[in-house]
Design a protein around this ligand. Structure first.
Ligand code: BMA
Length: 315
């Protein structure tokens, strides 16, 4: 069933990756992947949870056609309490990848007994990762770095919130902040409120911003109460290139919402969730690799200019 003709369209090969695609078993859940272009290929960083393990591990997968992926056997992230961030560093999911020159920064949350902490890693080869620093206090699982300095500073988007507190949801909005060195962050300012989106009354969260000629394209996820639980959808916002604290466009409709069996049915029902998107600027296309029901990965694609215009017109 489709409700209306959303700008993002599902690839006919969906779901493109599921638990059965992992060479060793028994896999139970596949989450939304980190996504970027690497050495001319599409690269996904995929979290998979084995049925007999508590936490995920994460594998690099690459593709030349963007649909068929080869999954590396050795995980890039797995829970290892002897590593730099030790016991704080559990459950690698929800990677936000930002390319700056030949360095790829990977933001990932770590669900620890101290709350959910934001770890920054970096890599140049996706074979090994180097820990940079913990760059947010709990509970903050989502810092998203802009891919270049703006007016001499690094910039990021956040969605801080307090897990479990009765007022939790009132904090689930998007903020912007600035840093001279990627380690020290400040001048935090609110940017976007969840209730600005009719399909996201409970929470919104950012993805890695994408530079376009008309502004920073920011795909967001949003969460809304539904009859039996909650529904996760995706939307789009456009930020000013010179001053990303200025919102210059915002789609009121969602770009994608759960409508297929693999989005409705899974370990967490009614979820389409992403931490990024890939813009093919020459082809004017946007590709979004998203998690379906926390059990598989789908690909949804759309016309970049239609999305940008949709933001500017506020459709
Ligand atoms: C979010 C993220 C996503 C997940 C969603 C629904 O907080 O952790 O990975 O798809 O919850 O469970």
């Amino acid at each position: 069933m489709t409700r209306y003709n959303t700008i993002l369209k599902r690839n006919p090969a969906n779901p493109i990756i599921g638990p059965a695609d992992f060479p060793y078993g028994p896999a139970d859940q596949v989450f939304n992947p980190g996504q970027c272009m690497f050495e001319g290929k599409t690269l996904l960083l995929i979290s998979v949870k084995m049925a007999n393990e508590k936490y995920c591990r994460a594998h690099v997968a690459t593709s030349t056609d963007g649909v068929n992926f080869e999954i590396e056997e050795k995980p890039l992230f797995e829970v290892d309490h002897d590593k730099e961030f030790g016991k704080l560093d559990n459950h690698p999911i929800d990677f936000r990848i930002t390319q700056m020159g030949d360095t790829y920064y990977i933001m990932r949350p770590g669900n620890s007994e101290w709350g959910c902490i934001a770890f920054l890693y970096k890599t140049k080869d996706f074979k090994t990762v180097e820990p940079v620093e913990i760059i947010a206090l709990p509970n903050n699982r989502v810092p998203c770095l802009f891919p270049e300095k703006i007016n001499g500073e690094y910039v990021r988007l956040d969605r801080p919130y307090s897990v479990g507190a009765p007022y939790e949801k009132s904090f689930a909005n998007i903020w912007i902040s600035y840093s001279p060195d990627l380690i020290h962050w400040g001048r935090h300012r609110p940017l976007l409120k969840r209730d600005e989106f009719p399909w996201a009354g409970l929470k919104i969260g950012p993805t890695t911003p994408i530079k376009t000629e008309k502004g920073w394209l920011e795909i967001i996820h949003g969460v809304q109460n539904s009859f039996w639980s909650v529904r996760y959808s995706l939307g789009a916002v456009l930020l000013d290139l010179e001053d990303p604290s200025k919102i210059i466009g915002k789609m009121n409709r969602y770009l994608l919402t759960p409508e297929t069996e693999y989005e409705h049915m899974g370990v967490v029902p009614d979820v389409v969730f992403t931490t990024g998107a890939i813009a093919d600027l020459d082809k004017r296309r946007l590709r979004v690799y998203y998690g379906g029901a926390d059990t598989c990965i789908g690909l949804a694609e759309g016309d970049l200019d239609e999305i940008i215009d949709g933001c500017l017109k506020g459709i």
